[in-house]
Ligand binder design. Sequence first.
Ligand SMILES: *Cc1c(COP(=O)(O)O)cnc(C)c1O
Length: 403
Amino acid sequence: MIGNKTLAVPGPTNLPPRVARAMAVPLEDHRAPDMGEFIVPLLQDLKKIFRTETGHVLVFPGSGSGGWEAALRNTLREGDRVLGASFGQFSMLWVEMCCQLRLNVTNIDCRWGEATPVDAYRRALEDDKSHAIKAVLVCQNETATGVTSDVAAIRAILDDLGHPALLFVDGVSSIASIEFDMDGWGVDVAVAGSQKGFMMPTGLAIVGVSAKCMQLIAARSLRRGDTDIGYGYWDFAAMLNANKSGYFPYTPAMTLMRGLRESTDMLLEEGLNNVFDRHFRLAEGVRRAVAAWGLRPCAIDPATVSDTVTAILVPEGSDANDVIKAAYRRYGVSLGGGLGAVAGKVFRIGHLGWLNETMVLQALGGAELAMCDAGLAFAPGSGVGAAISYFNAQKPANLLAAE
Ligand SMILES: *Cc1c(COP(=O)(O)O)cnc(C)c1O
């Protein structure tokens, strides 16, 4: 293919050249005497992105799914009760992982396109008078359906009922892109991955752990029995202990750590609130385009549409995979496919990470070309036009100031 490919999936996201350059370094000795000077401030700065002062951020070689497993292995033992919900591929897979690890999951099955069912969580927690539920799972941004859940609402329920369950949040496609407040929401384990909002290659599980969680682990390690599912590779206490001086219990992905330093700097330089505003603005442009095409997002409640990914339902009788294939084969545009229960029914446009208006228009234009090829009925140019009109009306304050 001549020309650039267009990466419009919700992860991996576009790699900023600045981050790429930061990783173009000779391999390093992770036990070098000065490594602490690099690692300790990096871990401190990551806490700003998770918005935690009392907690810690741990970085494991791995991916987001590893972060899920880390949350479960460090805090739970076989047979412990966990409350979760399945409303898309990722929320469902985390619940399935709990089953595999022989946890006792209360799973609330929802329609795909719904958000974390707040009322059903309240009922389940109210009914749990004996506090058998040890952890509550929330997928903050269901990437398969483009739905954002209300984490604060779940914290409010736990507080309201005085329920001591730990709150675990999958923030893989939300942290560093949309609002996330680890301390404010009392999140005990927050899971992120390097290849989404952090604008990095895949390869790091970035995990926020609360002080409460670390205390619990310290108390529990004194009475570990043979029913423990075991910390294994994901041992938070060992990681935290080694991190204090800037080292790791095993070989860290040092090259990726150099990239993470750069991407963390970029996020903090832009300012997290500006990052969130930009994601809202770009997402809203995509939503205007979808409406102009006469199509609907998969998210059932318009208040829950995601600012990092839009899942677009194709009309009955059309196959979303035709759009995705045409986009890739003819135009080099990678759109996200429908996963699991929504396969063939949706295509997804990822709009997170290192992205601007023009890059969004490129993805929308590619999607329109592919929709023509797939025979979808819509007015070509309508979506791109609607997005341009919106972006034109929404110039960010810094652009207006520069004029
Ligand atoms: C991408 C993603 C995951 C899985 O992360 P991997 O890095 O692919 O293991 C989990 N949850 C959500 C919400 C995601 O978007």
